[in-house]
Design a protein around this ligand. Sequence first.
Ligand code: NDP
Ligand code: GDR
Length: 371
Amino acid sequence: MKKALITGVTGQDGSYLAEFLLEKGYEVHGIKRRASLFNTERVDHIYEDPHNENPKFHLHYGDLTDTSNLTRILQEVQPDEVYNLGAQSHVAVSFEAPEYTADVDAIGTLRLLEAIRFLGLEKKTRFYQASTSELYGLVQEIPQKETTPFYPRSPYAVAKMYAYWITVNYRESYGMYACNGILFNHESPRRGETFVTRKITRAVANIAQGLEKCLYLGNMDALRDWGHAKDYVRMQWMMLQQDHAEDFVIATGKQISVREFVRMSCKEAGITVEFSGEGVDEIATVAAVEGNNAPGVSVGDVIVKVDPRYFRPAEVETLLGDPTKAKEKLGWVPEITVEEMCAEMIEGDLQKAKQHALLKKHGYSVAVAKE
Ligand code: NDP
Ligand code: GDR
């Protein structure tokens, strides 16, 4: 039975990857951080009571900033595969906490690689690094592929650039099977609530149910190549099953704007919107058309506004990936479209919003967490 160790197991990708590997018959170990509240919601459904006989899913307390802790876990688990998904993964937050982001995202990767080497596991343990399309930042070529030059535009992306190269360096220096998946944005109903797609689907669902009035966004012109996390974790595993370690771009090859994602989400929630105004004055209004059937809104309601607080000191305006290498060498193709993904996200968030609306109707107070 193969053993995998996942950092960031409590995150969006970590949870889908853990499910995927358990289905493949792996023994899965994940690193979770100590928090003052439960932080395992995304993996609670696969949690196994440690008192069970032969549990296949194990959680270890740990942190990418803690070398001795990582070394001890690696020594204990002796994994065949390490998936380094743990990160301070929010681009805007990385401008607020650049040093912490560098410690976790850049040096955290080095700590893991060095621990694998220190323990003499470099010929046994295969290593996957969660690299990112943010490396392309100010794009030098459209679409972006494995050979496109990098131009990172945030402390997050600069930290991830170190992680990218140290992974390549350990492969070349020590013959480790270590590779980078350069993944473009991927989302799901498990996406963190402060990333733009989930912020939109969650707010639109709340607005549709009358729980919230208006969604405030930053740059609605930003263009992204959005895929589904389930498709992308399959590829993370495939990358570790080859004869030789190589780096791959993972993307859909299609892009849409944040504005278009708003329109799509509203439509899924039964609201047709019209955009007007420009720049910071842009708004989205509920249109007077047939088929608007969300109980929480009326024609003419302004449900989206721009708040410059969400602009970034340096923005990545456009990203579009070319996944040809992954298709040709690994036979990987994304199976879920952005429309299907958006529908799934809205469905999940509407279900929660309806529960909240029902509680509210019966006099219970409902606090909707916001950024
Ligand atoms: P999430 O933000 O959902 O998950 C990040 C995970 O990292 C969480 O489990 C989090 O723990 C953990 N983590 C944060 N800080 C530390 C730390 N100091 N030590 C150990 N673990 C830590 O990210 P995603 O699942 O979306 O992304 C997975 C990886 O892929 C990340 O590295 C991200 O940068 C990268 N990536 C993501 C893309 C995307 O579009 N989703 C695209 C390209 C790359 P906790 O739950 O406690 O916060
Ligand atoms: P990104 O994702 O920065 O691409 O990083 P995010 O969803 O945060 O932003 C995408 C684009 O939307 C614009 N935007 C807003 N973003 C947020 N979060 N909130 C807003 O209100 C808002 N309004 C507009 C942003 O400016 C940006 O252009 C994600 C993360 O998962 C990274 O870890 C990963 O490496 C990259 O995707 C690929």
